[in-house]
Design a protein around this ligand. Structure first.
Ligand SMILES: Cc1cc2nc3c(=O)[nH]c(=O)nc-3n(C[C@H](O)[C@H](O)[C@H](O)COP(=O)(O)OP(=O)(O)OC[C@H]3O[C@@H](n4cnc5c(N)ncnc54)[C@H](O)[C@@H]3O)c2cc1C
Length: 396
């Protein structure tokens, strides 16, 4: 096909089915071919040839999209998992292929005592995959998105040109491809910023009965930057309502002592939990849960996820309305945490018009077709509610 050997531009049913699916299992669009290569020349050539024939070309790496973002109906999917090398790590930068996972990057940087400043909660996402959406995490209140912490990219543009770009060199390409959802160029290689890594993490889990107190303390902790990592979640309280938890983490390196920056917070202090783990363990904290979900099955079930960024002024009302009657099931998670707009500089990543935004990530799993339909419909209603309040969609 398009002059490529059959084992490079693959068209067998297994390959097309693989490319028509993702972690969400909600959207299924079959391409006509899957490019499996480790050659940047092949990527550039297929982009040019497909463009000339009017075919969509969409890169895919770990396939952890939940809404078909890495699919190409009737087009070509580029399997980026062949581009997985970590080429070079210095005290300040790592040069990595776009198909490398963040877990690969961290494994290469930690022995040198450095880390990417922002990591996603789950590390087995590809560098190219998260740079194509933004890449948010608990350190985003300090450093913005992962796309704000990349200094250079090697890209194949939609014209099939290979271009090295940065904030000062081909900035138009740099700005288009970051958070470009794989539709504004293919990232082949990234130079990501690194910062010194502490060896340990002191993790505080602070509990709240009232949404207003939870949001108050999140705003305070974000503004005062007391912690290195700040997230939070809403959880059913078991009696028909919701409880809230702030997950705040401070890094330190013994013999330095861990900070305890809890003054003036409104949490139920008697319910607080604190523990200390290594930084490596903290960064990879989802690993045990993921292993269990893989064994038990829900990791493979449909994930009709909804991610929005709410403007601060509407956050409390929208959250209260969204949570009322919300069913999350045994494995569902509702993440809520604040990010300051001033730390974000990626043009393609849309934030609400508000100095502070709250990420609301409604991460549910459907155990049957009827539950999936109901959750998808419910997500549409929630999206309308959020959009009407000035929210933007993350991972649209
Ligand atoms: C369990 C789990 C946890 C998550 N946690 C977080 C989190 O903490 N923070 C966060 O921000 N997000 C999180 N996400 C969302 C995740 O960041 C995005 O879905 C991301 O795009 C997935 O990366 P991937 O490698 O699986 O990409 P894929 O699903 O393969 O692709 C995703 C998008 O990136 C594009 N793309 C992939 N590779 C390239 C490339 N080389 N060049 C250009 N475009 C490319 C694709 O075309 C597609 O649009 C999570 C998702 C899951 C499933």
């Amino acid at each position: 096909m398009l002059g490529f050997p059959d084992d490079v531009l693959v068209t067998d049913a297994a390959a097309l089915d693989w490319a028509a699916d993702d972690f969400g299992h909600v959207v299924r669009q079959r391409p006509v071919g899957v490019l499996r290569t480790t050659s940047a020349d092949d990527v550039a050539a297929v982009v040019r040839l497909a463009r000339a024939r009017g075919l969509a070309v969409v890169p895919r790496a770990e396939g952890h999209s939940t809404g078909g973002q890495a699919q190409a109906a009737g087009g070509i999917v580029l399997d980026m998992t062949g581009f997985r090398a970590v080429h070079r790590v210095t005290a300040e930068h790592a040069v990595v292929d776009a198909g490398a996972r963040w877990s690969d990057v961290l494994a290469a940087t930690l022995p040198l005592g450095v880390t990417p400043p922002v990591l996603t909660d789950y590390l087995d996402l590809s560098v190219g995959g998260t740079l194509s959406v933004g890449g948010l995490g608990g350190a985003s209140h300090h450093f913005g998105a992962q796309t704000d912490n990349v200094v250079e990219l090697l890209v194949v543009t939609p014209d099939g040109e290979r271009v090295t770009c940065s904030p000062t060199f081909h900035p138009d390409v740099f700005d288009a491809v970051r958070a470009g959802r794989g539709r504004r160029g293919v990232i082949l290689r990234a130079t990501v910023r690194l910062v010194p890594a502490h060896t340990h993490a002191r993790c505080f889990r602070l509990r709240y009965d009232r949404l207003a107190d939870f949001l108050h303390d999140q705003r305070l902790l974000m503004a005062e930057r007391r912690f290195d990592h700040l997230e939070g979640r809403a959880k059913p309280d078991g009696v028909g309502g919701w409880g809230f938890r702030i997950d705040a983490t401070a890094y330190f390196t013994p013999p330095g002592s861990p900070p305890e920056p809890l003054d003036g917070l409104r949490d139920r202090r008697e319910a607080a939990e604190v523990d200390t783990v290594t930084y490596r363990h903290f960064a990879n904290r989802m690993a045990d849960d993921v292993a269990a979900l893989r064994v038990l099955g829900p990791w493979r079930w449909p994930h009709p996820w909804l991610n929005v960024l709410l403007p601060d002024a509407a956050a409390e009302a929208v959250l209260a309305e969204s949570l009322a009657g919300l069913v999350v099931g045994d494995t569902g998670v509702v993440l809520v945490y604040p990010v300051p707009r001033a730390r974000f500089h990626t043009p393609g990543l849309r934030l609400p018009d508000s100095p502070t935004a709250f990420l609301l990530a409604l991460l549910r799993t459907a155990d049957s077709a009827s539950t999936l339909r109901a959750m998808v419909e419910h997500n549409h209603a929630l999206l309308r509610l959020c959009s009407a309040s000035g929210a933007t969609t993350y991972l649209p």
